[in-house]
Ligand binder design. Structure first.
Ligand code: NAD
Length: 281
């Protein structure tokens, strides 16, 4: 069993991006800029935004966090997005999810200029992704693909199972795998016999948000297991996979923390640099 070390790869990507940003600055006078809209006081969202802000600082990206109260109206957020769309120094805009119940998330995501959609959640970019066309790709599944590539794992022809079918994780993950030639099952809360799917899989990718959802009896010998889940159990962060018992059966597995999480942030930085180059160089 080998650990897929997302922390190490993300550090390598960050140092490459840092050098690229220095060149953009010196040759083109461009400092890529990222804007984050944070609504309310959800502690997990605040922590994620803080991590994104620190990562921007580390690589030399310009970033702003626009904080809004939980009672904010749809129109006020839309106005902010419009201003950010027009701001020439902002290359990427993201709205931190989840949002309070009075807000229609989909129309906000659709209001972000597609050229600044560094989270890849705009239907335009999602559609292009499904069609296998060049697009901004959601950071978490993109990070998983980078991690697999780093360890020279070719998914072509593999039986893959994606557990979790959200718009931000499972669906784009399945599209990327399909585009890369894997045979893909997508499982979700209504899947009748999850184990029947996972047990047949060469590659199991889980993004649900339920600790110990995937146990050793559900994994075939030698499978590759990617754990996207992040759950707080007491004061520990764990994934969706029972790591200690599953890991010995696998050929490769991601740890939590230190697997997919750092890759997600690295891909956000990368998408922002890509957006800046496309718009301004
Ligand atoms: P979500 O709640 O939007 O979607 C969860 C999905 O899991 C749904 O498709 C649902 O049908 C499915 N599901 C729920 N219970 C299930 C069950 N018992 N069996 C099979 N499928 C089941 O969540 P999300 O936003 O996609 O996030 C999923 C997990 O990934 C969370 O733990 C989240 O914290 C984590 N996450 C991690 C990163 C990262 O960078 N590592 C990024 C985004 C999300």
């Amino acid at each position: 069993m080998e650990l897929l070390d997302g922390r190490k790869l993300s550090q390598k990507i960050e140092s490459e991006l840092k050098a690229e940003i220095e060149t953009l600055k010196s040759k083109h006078d461009v400092v890529p800029g990222l804007a984050v809209i944070l609504v309310g006081d959800d502690p997990a969202s605040r922590a994620y935004v803080k991590m994104k802000e620190s990562a921007c600082e580390r690589v030399g990206l310009y970033s702003i966090v626009h904080k809004m109260p939980v009672t904010i109206s749809q129109d006020e957020i839309l106005n902010t997005i419009t201003m950010m769309n027009e701001n020439p120094y902002l290359d990427g805009i993201l709205v931190q999810l989840p949002l309070p119940p009075q807000i229609d998330k989909d129309s906000l995501l659709e209001a972000i200029k597609k050229e600044k959609d560094v989270d890849g959640f705009h239907p335009y970019n999602m559609g292009r992704l499904v069609m296998g066309m060049d697009s901004f790709v959601p950071c978490t599944p993109l990070g998983v693909m980078e991690l697999l590539a780093e360890y020279k794992i070719d998914v072509k022809g593999l039986n893959a199972v994606v557990v979790g079918a959200s718009n931000i994780v499972g669906k784009p993950m399945a599209s990327l795998l399909l585009n890369a030639g894997a045979t893909v099952d997508i499982c979700h809360i209504y899947t009748k016999d999850l184990k029947a799917h996972t047990l047949n899989a060469d590659l199991v990718i889980v993004g649900v948000g339920r600790p110990d959802l995937i146990t050793a009896d559900m994994i075939k010998e030698g499978a590759i297991v990617i754990d996207i889940g992040i759950n707080k159990v007491g004061d520990r962060l764990v994934g969706d996979v029972s790591f200690d018992t599953v890991a010995p059966k696998t050929s490769y597995i991601t740890p939590v923390p230190g697997g997919v999480g750092p890759m997600t942030i690295a891909m956000l930085l990368k998408n922002t640099v890509t957006a800046a180059k496309a718009r301004r160089c």
